[in-house]
Unconditional design. Structure first.
Length: 207
């Protein structure tokens, strides 16, 4: 083997090792994030409203999202930046009530979200009590052509993640949108066109 070939082989091995480490670091970071967030959440429940999961954090856990069908319980961060999404699901809106939107990566915290079915129950606890929601429908939308509509007068929980779940590369334009309405209003009709509303981009970034 020539020196050139040795260098090429070394470069290929290094690239493969980097890819392996990076691929394993993403889920490890997501798991570690939930441990640190749990500590901050318990501190918040004890009265420390702005408890930080780590000293330099510019966000804090604001809710617990439970998805019984998936056996999942996630601490939710405020602010759906790419950096926050690497650590846990992130709220794109306030979580105290009204129209709540939470996003997360398809290959970590929202892995398996596409397995939800209409009728499944979701729970959201903002520290002041848990609210139950019933999954009403699932949609696949193109973030380049559609935006989430925020209905200021509607109680609703929306979960958003990239789609499809097995895509080889992250960052595609498709999004899986799970819409859930309060469990005590399983037959609530969509808001009429007179409802005050805003729009929110479906674009998310991976850190």
């Amino acid at each position: 083997m020539t020196i050139r070939h040795r260098h090429l082989a070394a470069a290929i091995i290094a690239a493969a090792l980097f890819g392996t480490v990076h691929a394993s670091w993403v889920p490890a970071k997501a798991l570690l994030g939930q441990v640190l967030l749990e500590r901050a959440w318990q501190a918040r429940l004890a009265g420390e409203e702005t408890a930080k999961p780590w000293p330099w954090a510019d966000t804090s856990p604001v809710a617990v999202l439970s998805i019984p069908r998936l056996g999942a319980r996630h601490l939710v961060l405020q602010g759906a930046s790419g950096r926050n999404l690497a650590w846990g699901p992130a709220a794109m809106t306030p979580v105290s009530g009204g129209d709540v939107i939470i996003s997360a990566h398809r290959d970590t915290h929202f892995d398996g979200l596409n397995e939800l079915q209409p009728g499944d129950i979701l729970w959201l606890n903002d520290g002041h009590g848990a609210r139950a929601y019933r999954v009403t429908w699932l949609d696949i939308v193109d973030s380049r052509r559609q935006e989430l509509v925020l209905l200021n007068d509607r109680e609703r929980l929306t979960l958003v993640t990239c789609y499809p779940p097995n895509a080889p590369l992250a960052g595609g334009p498709l999004r899986l949108v799970v819409t859930a309405l309060p469990a005590y209003l399983p037959n609530a009709a969509p808001a009429d066109s007179d409802s005050q509303s805003n729009t929110l981009s479906l674009t998310t970034r991976r850190s």
